[in-house]
Design a protein around this ligand. Structure first.
Ligand code: UT7
Length: 320
């Protein structure tokens, strides 16, 4: 039994902030941001919350799948920026949508979170533990950005994407994941330090720290290897794939992967231009855009890939 995506949804905050807007509050420019990354605008939460965006995306995905919240038996939230430490994002969504028959929990795998959630759903479904799973990638990254650090805060945006996956006897599904904790310090955001009456420390909030070039090199090396591995397992070549839905971290990363796989950029959907890097949400947001605009057709062979903090990476080869 393999999984197939049968419904998708997404939600973005109302506020759109352009590169020019940012250049009015920090030492940056549209020219620097757009040429180095491809980003032109991003959505930033004002009233919206991670849970609120996730709930909107989840409702759309459930409707798109033609199912009901009661039929969802597993909810996995992928987020580095849930609203609470507990309860989890997945449990919050469960409450809001009334998915009372689901097991719900979160995974932490940075920008690979959605792909990790998908592999867990595959294992649950293949083992017969459940039939329908709801996967959510949702982030309000703006709350963990250091807005005085122009090298990172201009790169990220807020948003949520969701997918309903279902077990199907003859569906094609190959997946791979990997982690390299030894190199995790190149992209990090610390949690609260120990701080109580017996051990008082500096309790200032920590923000995202990224050594951009290190992460860039990691991404362009690792993603093509992960994709090649899936293609070999499936006995396919890159030419057989209709679309490569990659995590949107930098347009130049997408171009580099396309070049290494000897594939045209038309096969690499892009929305980093409008949404910037939405971490675990980027792949399902992109899938939703493509589905809604009629560019995905039943039977299309697609590759999904995420990479980022951990370091972690994950990829999937599926039929639409
Ligand atoms: O989603 C998780 C995965 N994340 C990624 O995959 C991110 C991967 N990395 C990248 O996308 C790129 O490395 C960045 C976009 C983050 C940076 O691009 P870069 O070409 O590696 O630039 P850089 O960090 O080497 O910075 C070049 C220059 C520096 O100035 P000097 O030292 O050359 O004078 C920076 O101070 O650009 C300067 N700079 C900026 N200038 C204007 C850094 N940020 C900005 C900025 N505006 N916002």
């Amino acid at each position: 039994m393999n999984i197939r995506i049968c419904g998708v949804g997404s939600a973005l905050p109302a506020l759109t902030v352009t590169n020019d807007d940012l250049s009015k509050i920090m030492d940056t420019s549209d020219e620097w941001i757009s040429t180095r990354t491809g980003i032109r605008t991003r959505h930033l939460a004002t009233e919206e919350t991670t849970t609120g965006l996730a709930v909107e995306a989840a409702k759309q995905a459930i409707k798109d799948a033609g199912t009901t919240p009661e039929e969802i038996e597993l909810i996995i939230g992928a987020s580095a920026t849930p609203d609470n430490i507990v309860p989890s994002l997945a449990c919050e969504v469960q409450r809001e949508i009334g998915a009372s028959n689901a097991v719900a929990f979160d995974v932490t795998a940075g920008c690979s979170g959605f792909l990790f959630a998908m592999s867990i759903a595959q294992a649950y479904i293949a083992s017969g533990k459940c039939r329908n799973a709801l996967l959510i990638g949702a982030e309000v990254l703006s709350k963990i950005m250091d807005w005085s650090d122009r090298s990172t805060c201009v790169l990220f945006g807020d948003g949520a994407g969701a997918a309903v996956v279902r077990g199907e006897e003859n569906a094609m599904c190959y997946m791979t994941q990997g982690s390299d904790g030894a190199r995790g310090s190149v992209l990090s955001c610390m949690n609260r330090p120990v701080n109580h009456p017996y051990h008082v420390q500096d309790s200032r909030h920590a923000f995202v720290h990224m050594e951009g070039q290190e992460v860039f090199k990691f991404a362009v090396r690792t993603v093509p290897i992960a994709i090649d591995r899936l293609l070999a397992e499936a006995k396919l070549t890159a030419d057989d794939i209709d679309y490569f839905f990659l995590h949107q971290a930098n347009l130049r990363i997408l171009e580099s992967v396309a070049k290494r796989l000897k594939q045209p950029m038309e096969k690499f959907p892009v929305n980093i231009t409008e949404c910037a890097n939405t971490s675990a949400a980027s792949v399902p947001i992109l899938l939703t855009e493509y589905k809604k605009s009629g560019r995905l057709h039943e039977g299309d062979k697609i590759v999904l890939a995420g990479f980022g903090a951990g370091l972690t990476w994950g990829a999937a080869l599926l039929t639409w």
